[in-house]
Design a protein around this ligand. Structure first.
Ligand code: ATP
Length: 617
């Protein structure tokens, strides 16, 4: 009889040894039923049962006595090396049962060891895989959920919660918290099992019957869930910073968590702590960046209530969160960059950079390197490797301002980069993939330039998926005073003075002015007013520079500047005058001044005047 039992033991996997043993014994002639029980005080765990169920009292008797017992119907024998009992029906001779029990006991304990080793190996490889995934995670909530799911799987646990320590509020915040409104459970950091584990830095295991009183039932009351067993280990970084506690609740299929589970969870928590610390750090950085983006965003406002601006605002809302290319048209200084920034900050790309490049301000020979970057030594001035604007704007938006001024060869290179979504640095050979939303702006009539073959038609269609047109200030009616008030208040606040009021006469003067420099001119004027006017009201005299824009308010001699600074101030005013006379058209102003457009931009830059390309990251 025992030979067939032995054969059954030596086959198959370690996991179902008890079941196969029971079946092999029942298969013997004359045997009706077999039960294998494991003592798990105060209960018994049924390892295997074939046929009628055995009386547990007889098993307890045999285990207590340390030898075989029978009640006339069943025989029971304790198994060697484990707290298990074998029960056979009908009762068999003591000697027979003892030798069978010895054999089964050894096999079960060997199988158990094997099972533990198998479990450990599986845990180790799963953990390795998980750690690899966690390292790439930047989302704390998702990471917590993934860790909880993985721990439930690995340790046969019904639930898992990760309690992160919020030192400031002296609480432990449990996530994911199933059954809790908002999915977040907050408990004081000095209460319950988790509080104790946090304070002591030692793991804790609670099984039913033993120390079940250690369980704080208030959470169960809130969730309607019954905690029977739990295992909690501290989450500590390699630098010994306490992060919180990892808790498993209710071991599945067994009364409680084992010592092996505890050791396994300690190792698991070590890796979890490293991943959590990295993600928390990342989240802090992200939060700071988001604050920065908010600040940037807060400073960008399209003021105006005239129908054209209202319509524009609603189109911006509709197209902002798409990747469509947008062409923004309008005279100089009328808010094209404001529109571009609004498109960016209202899109999901908002936390990536917004980079603006003024195509007209860059000499033709440098355009390629400016947009696509260059490798060290690519040309005489290339002393360092530098990424181009496309790379700098990766993930975000690139505004190509004054696109109408780009040369035909520049247009060809730009088109290739847009079509292939790749750039190659000047002097380089590696293709760098780009993920950039392209916005273009111009004060020129691009369609006319296309007809005149000065702008590539294919590039025009590529950039012009959506067109947004900004009316000049002189066509915005009451928005003029709305904008003026807005700027005036802004600058007066910065200057620490109350904003002066407009008189009827000064309003009339404002309305009569043609505003060649558009909103920028208006803004600059309000800045001067905020700092130079002194009264509570703005009188017509305060607006003298409207009537004589080139005079710039006061005589240069009145400023009492050294010759070099006065010369610069003169140049500034002279250039401003030329641009205003050209109604904001810099190319035309350059012609008037007898210089190349790019030279004029360079001069303006050196004089600290706007016209430079702008970017923020
Ligand atoms: N509707 C508006 N509301 C508030 N501020 C505005 C508005 N329009 C323009 N501005 C301000 O006017 C100035 C010029 O605007 P912006 O730079 O956007 O014009 P632009 O058309 O891009 O100019 P350019 O043609 O020189 O590139 C900026 O300081 C901007 O903040």
């Amino acid at each position: 009889m025992w030979a067939t039992v032995l054969a059954a033991l030596s086959e198959g996997q370690a996991g179902d040894v008890a079941g196969r043993v029971a079946q092999a014994i029942v298969d013997q002639p004359g045997v009706e039923a077999v039960t294998l029980l494991r003592a798990a005080p105060p209960d018994w765990e049924v390892l295997a049962a074939v046929g009628k169920t055995a009386p547990v009292e007889l098993a307890a008797e045999a285990l207590d006595a340390g030898r075989t017992r029978d009640d006339g119907e069943w025989s029971a024998a304790p198994l060697a090396g484990v707290s298990d009992v074998l029960l056979v029906r009908p009762a068999v001779a003591d000697d027979d049962l003892s030798s069978l029990a010895g054999l089964v006991g050894h096999c079960l304990s060997a199988a158990r060891k094997l099972q533990l080793l198998e479990g450990e190996a599986e845990r180790a490889s799963t953990l390795l895989e998980l750690v690899h995934q966690w390292r790439r995670s930047n989302d704390l909530q998702q990471l917590l959920q993934d860790m909880a799911d993985a721990a439930c799987r690995l340790f046969d646990s019904d639930r898992a919660s990760i309690f992160l320590w919020d030192r400031k509020s002296a609480t432990l915040v449990g996530r994911p918290a199933i059954g809790i409104e908002g999915g977040e459970l907050r408990v004081p950091d000095n209460s319950g099992v988790v509080g104790e584990v946090l304070a002591s830095g030692e793991p804790m295991r609670v099984s039913p019957g033993h120390d079940a009183n250690a369980i704080d039932r208030t959470t169960d009351e809130r969730t309607g869930y019954r905690t029977r067993s739990l295992l909690a280990v501290p989450l500590v970084t390699a630098e010994q910073d306490k992060l919180g506690v990892f808790e498993l609740i209710n071991k599945r299929g067994r009364p409680g968590f084992s010592a092996e589970d505890q050791q396994g969870l300690i190792e698991f928590a070590e890796h979890a702590s490293a991943a959590l610390a990295a993600t928390q750090e990342f989240e802090t950085l992200l939060e700071r960046h988001e604050q920065y983006v908010q600040q940037q965003f807060a400073g960008v406002e399209l003021v105006g209530e005239c129908p054209a601006i209202q319509a524009l605002r609603s189109t911006i809302q509709r197209v902002a969160d798409t990747d469509l290319s947008v062409l923004i048209l309008g005279e100089n200084g009328c808010g094209k960059e404001v529109v571009a920034r609004l498109l960016h900050y209202n899109s999901s790309r908002r936390s990536a950079p917004f980079v603006a490049v003024n195509c007209a301000a860059i000499a033709e020979t440098l355009l390629e390197s400016e947009l696509f970057g260059h490798e060290k030594g690519a040309f005489t001035d290339a002393r360092e490797t530098r990424p181009g604007k496309f790379e700098l704007a990766d993930g975000g938006a690139l505004l190509l301002d004054e696109i109408g001024d780009m040369s035909l060869s520049g247009q060809a290179k730009l088109l290739r980069a847009l079509e292939e979504r790749k750039v190659v640095r000047v002097g380089g050979s590696v293709e760098i993939p780009t993920n950039v939303r392209v916005l273009a702006a111009t004060n020129q009539d691009l369609a006319k330039l296309v007809r005149e073959k000065r702008f590539r038609e294919d590039l025009y269609f590529r950039l012009n998926v959506v067109t947004l047109e900004l009316p000049p200030l002189r066509q915005r009616g009451d928005d003029l005073m709305l904008l003026a008030d807005n700027f005036l208040k802004q600058f007066c606040r910065a200057a620490g003075r109350p904003a002066p009021k407009w008189t009827a006469e000064s309003r009339k003067l404002m309305a009569a002015h043609r505003w060649p420099g558009n909103v920028r001119e208006l803004r600059n004027m309000m800045e001067r007013l905020a700092y130079l006017s002194t009264g509570e009201k703005i009188e017509a005299g305060d607006l003298a520079f409207i009537a004589a824009p080139n005079a710039g308010g006061e005589s240069l001699l009145d400023l009492g500047l050294p010759l070099s600074q006065a010369t610069e101030e003169f140049q500034r005013r002279y250039i401003t005058g030329a641009i205003e006379e050209s109604r904001g058209n810099v190319s035309e102003a350059a012609k008037r001044l007898g210089v190349y457009r790019t030279n004029l931009y360079r001069k303006m830059n050196s004089l600290g005047m706007s016209g430079d390309d702008r970017s923020d990251e």
